[in-house]
Design a protein around this ligand. Structure first.
Ligand SMILES: [Fe+2]
Length: 202
């Protein structure tokens, strides 16, 4: 699938348009602060937006979710643990079908209870679970360092080294990176056990 990364708003948010270029159908992952750049990207790609998916419920990712979905006749998808209203609920391992392609939902709690990553078999959109050179904070309501460690090591690190990581914020020196490379320098991924990870978080 093609991936278009779009930076929006004043908190360095990245939102994404993922699509099947043949079917000209796609999904938006997070909508952030403003919908215009997303609509423009979809128009340039000649892609109809079928779904608007939230990686988690935090306002900087979801403020315009319903507005965007309404504007393009799309359906909002949110994890079942979300406290946000509206939208169809997702569970871990659900498949979201776009054209001839599919995107798998990976439930990755830790930053929040409703955090998910989206995986198309090559690209992984990590929301606030994993950043380039960093990881999601766990001190906000619903956060858990133990769960984040399990999500990073039990789910994300099980994916192929060649997986391309696309984070929910532009906090790194680069905008995306392959997992194999990230795993060699990101302290959260280098942590060998929960105890070492908790030392990083405290
Ligand atoms: Fe967040």
């Amino acid at each position: 699938m093609f991936v278009i990364q779009i930076k929006v708003g004043r908190m360095e948010n990245f939102v994404y348009l993922l699509g099947d270029p043949l079917a000209r159908e796609g999904l938006v992952v997070d909508s952030g602060w403003e919908i215009q750049p997303i609509l423009e990207a979809a128009e340039s790609a000649g892609t109809r937006i079928k779904y608007v998916v939230a990686t988690h419920g935090h306002f900087d990712h979801t403020t315009t979710l319903h507005e965007l979905a309404e504007k393009c006749g799309a359906e909002v998808l949110i994890h079942e643990n979300s406290s946000l209203g509206g939208g169809r609920r997702l569970r871990g391992d659900d498949q979201i079908l776009v054209g001839e392609e599919s995107v798998r939902v990976i439930h990755t709690p830790g930053h929040t209870e409703d955090s998910i990553c989206l995986y198309d078999g090559k690209n992984l959109l990590t929301g606030d679970t994993l950043f380039i050179g960093g990881w999601g904070r766990t001190d906000l309501p619903g956060g858990s360092a133990e769960k984040l460690f399990a999500s990073l090591h039990g789910s994300i690190m099980k994916l192929p080294d060649t997986t391309v990581i696309y984070p929910g914020h532009d906090y790194g020196r680069v905008t995306h990176r392959i997992l194999g490379e990230e795993a060699r320098s990101n302290k959260a991924l280098l942590a060998r056990d929960l105890k070492s990870f908790l030392r990083l978080s405290s």
